[in-house]
Design a binder for this molecule. Structure first.
Ligand code: SF4
Length: 452
């Protein structure tokens, strides 16, 4: 009898839906190394998002504005509740907190320059305020994080707003990480920690055990700043309805809600993909909480986590946000995941450097390595020169301006003279899930799932 090595034609080769190739690869990597994966950027899984919403532009029943003749304002004021000097911006699109350590000093300077040119704000991050970003930013938001790395009262007084970070959308409930390869002498000195050693940032603030301690912290910061600047409270999106209410009760001027699609410089993949709720669901819960407290208009809401375009910003505003914040979009604008970088006016290929990291443009998420091929998330003296502040600032300025033009274009089409007049009635959803999360009707119906 002979035994055939080939399967009979009638047997189909089928990949398991549960244990697909990606899962098998994950299990075998874990089995070989005994380590979990750490990476940068945000969730890659598909979740209901702003793509699942559409605008109802003006038609017979509503009147559109003329694009080139009729103005549509995008001016935005944040922190009107208690601060003597609220933050005044030309657009409702702000730059999210990203740390010096994750980003190079050149990048922090580029963010400040671009934000200043277009009239918006940028934000510090774990590790403190750099001289470059303070000098280049007209409006700088200073973060108070659980780690307190680089946090000091002098810089508090030099800030235009303070943001107390409770959590981040990519890792609510988790702390930060900065791997040793990114801790150069300057980063180490600012954090008062040793060079070249992995650093973990705390998951919760050292001096509080609950919401009542947030009240004390906000009062402390108000006293240091003489009640001049707004105090923001940033939360990772989980129990958003309750958390927003607690932040408002504690005295926040502005609440920042970061959905699960928000980015990170270095976090466990399991955290990024499995913890938190989508931004779409978070916006609705946050707005409901403000409405419930009758604080809409008194406490401003900033939304972040996967905001990419002016249309995303418009949809967030229509749902009730006062502004959005962008992080990963900023990195991509600077050249993240590009095939080349610009140095001395020349485009230079970075393909070999991507390959050396075991990745390629379009799928890179290797910010944690400190070997960023385009010089964005690195502290390496050679690599960081690949992002020249002037080049980065110009690209980011163009991106922010484009987003704002898209936002005002959509607002005009909906008949609004002000982007803040966009409203939920301007939106419909493409899927039942998005309709339920956003609280808007399924397109072509009056049906909002779960609401009668
Ligand atoms: S190109 Fe740089 S910034 Fe972008 S994901 Fe890769 S390492 Fe991170």
């Amino acid at each position: 009898m002979t035994i055939s090595n080939t399967a009979p034609a009638s047997i189909t080769l089928e990949e398991s839906a549960t244990f697909d190739r990606k899962t098998i690869d994950y299990i075998q990597r874990a089995a070989a190394s005994g380590l979990y994966e750490i990476r940068g950027l945000g969730a890659k899984r598909r979740v209901p998002h702003f793509d699942d919403l559409l605008f109802l532009g003006a038609s017979l029943s509503r009147y559109p504005l003329e694009g080139y003749r009729e103005k549509c304002s995008s001016k935005t004021v944040l922190g009107t509740r208690f601060a003597k000097k609220p933050v005044e911006l030309e657009m409702p699109i702000t730059i999210a907190g990203m740390s010096f350590g994750a980003l190079s000093a050149n990048v922090k300077e580029a963010l400040g320059r671009a934000a200043t040119e277009v009239g918006t704000s940028t934000t510090t991050g774990d590790g403190g305020m750099t001289r470059e970003e303070r000098e280049s930013s007209k409006v700088l938001v200073y973060q108070c994080l659980p780690s307190r790395y680089g946090f000091n009262p002098d810089d508090v007084r030099r800030a235009d707003a303070i943001e107390i970070v409770i959590g981040q959308g990519a890792k609510p409930g988790g702390g930060g990480m900065l791997l040793g390869q990114k801790i150069n002498p300057r980063v180490a000195a600012m954090r008062v920690l040793p060079q070249g050693v992995d650093q973990r940032s705390a998951a919760r603030h050292p001096d509080w055990t609950g919401p009542d301690d947030l009240v004390i912290k906000i009062l402390d910061l108000r006293e240091i700043t003489d009640w001049k600047v707004p105090i923001y409270v940033k939360i990772g999106a989980t129990l958003v309805f309750n958390d927003v209410k607690l932040a408002v009760h504690a005295g926040a001027d502005v609440v920042v809600v970061d959905g699960m699609q928000g980015g990170t410089a270095a976090t466990q993949t399991t955290f990024i993909e499995n913890v938190g709720i989508p931004t779409l669901a978070a916006v609705r819960q946050a707005v409901d909480a403000l409405d419930d407290l009758n604080m809409k208009g008194q406490v401003q809401l900033i939304v972040s986590g996967g905001i990419r375009t002016g249309a995303d910003a418009a949809k967030a505003l229509a749902m009730g946000a006062d502004a959005v914040s962008i992080g990963q979009g900023v990195l991509f604008a600077l050249g993240c995941n590009s095939e080349s970088y610009v140095q001395g006016g020349q485009h230079i290929s970075a393909l070999r450097d991507y390959a050396a990291l075991g990745t390629a443009p379009g799928v890179c998420h290797h910010c944690h390595t400190g070997r960023c091929p385009v010089g964005v998330t690195t502290q390496d003296a050679v690599l960081e020169t690949r992002l020249e502040p002037a080049v980065g600032a110009k690209r980011l300025r163009n991106y922010l301006r484009t987003m704002n033009m898209e936002l005002t274009t959509i607002a005009r089409a909906c008949g609004k003279q002000n982007v803040h007049h966009l409203e939920r009635e301007d939106l419909v959803a493409l899927t039942v899930e998005a309709a339920a999360m956003a609280g808007v009707p399924l397109a072509g119906t009056n049906w909002i799932p779960g609401r009668g």
